[in-house]
Design a protein around this ligand. Sequence first.
Ligand code: NAD
Ligand code: TDX
Length: 331
Amino acid sequence: MRLLVTGGAGFIGANFVHSRVRTAPQDRVTVLDALTYAGSREALAPVEDAVRLIEGDVADADLVDKLVAEADAVVHFAAETHVDNALADPEPFLHTNVVGTFTVLEAVRRHRVRLHHVSTDEVYGDLELGSTQRFTESTPYNPSSPYSSTKAAADLLVRAWVRSYGVRATISNCSNNYGPYQHVEKFIPRQITNVLTGRRPKLYGSGANVRDWIHVDDHNSAVERILADGQPGRTYLIGADGERDNLTVLRTILRLMDRDPDDFDHVTDRAGHDLRYAIDSTPLRQELGWTPRHTDFEAGLRATIQWYRDNESWWGPMKDTVEAKYAERGQ
Ligand code: NAD
Ligand code: TDX
């Protein structure tokens, strides 16, 4: 298969490409990535001989048209992804997440190419703390942030292009990922690298907010299943029953890194901070036979901490800039 992977130099996309090169060595994989602050060539270094990396904007219609014309399928990861950045400056989120997805849709429509669009559970808004409710495919869209509203817009464009033009597209909405190559702006790598650089971890508000954690390899194995056997027009929710509140996650990191459980700072809460996410992934499991493999969160976290210890050359150069930006915002 000739596969075009947008955003393949970012966290989830790079992990997807690594595993694809292992499991389908006969594929021809092209990555289109703008190499923003969140993308890096180094994330693809382990597979550089097996992958073609094109540096470019997913909203560049001519470039996207040319690359889609050469592909059998597109997996669309490219996005601006950090909620705090969206709150500070939403414009790039409109450009990449909305115009970028529109651009991909027009190209797959013209060339009749299969598309898998990667999205987030944040499009559904949040759930109450302490409730047992979970998001399902029929939960109404109710995004809270500039980030999640642009992802919701992108999903709705995909649905409309399926219905109006018969585009062969699937959508997946996944919960919070963790694992290697995640940018140090995000919660788990930020706290690990704070400890590794002698900074105190930073918790927003009380830390009662709940996220539903999934290892990036489990997210990507689900994307593989959907790409292979998903039904065009369908939305699949991806989650691994990994609900934990932020304080518990932070204390687990501190314990695994031999620190005092109170050795962190409470900082200014995120504006509009979503309370809780939780995914019901029953249809994906029953219809496509998917099961997550990394269900021992503590083991996954321990391996992730070790990865950050071993790969300071990758994240070290970004760390000071990220923390300076947070400090400006009192976070
Ligand atoms: P990331 O920020 O680590 O990577 C995004 C990649 O997209 C980067 O390589 C960046 O350079 C690239 N990119 C950004 N703007 C671009 C543009 N205009 N043109 C081309 N490339 C561009 O993000 P991630 O965490 O790997 O997320 C990947 C996808 O998965 C996103 O669509 C995100 O919404 C979705 N998602 C993420 C999570 C999560 O927990 N991280 C959960 C569910 C869904
Ligand atoms: O320093 C921090 N302290 C803190 O308490 C940071 C960076 C975050 N937090 C909190 C905010 C959230 O409740 O931790 C939780 C996780 O924060 P993020 O890593 O920023 O993730 P989140 O906002 O939940 O969104 C993530 O999951 C869904 C990804 O960034 C999105 O791209 C994805 O769609």
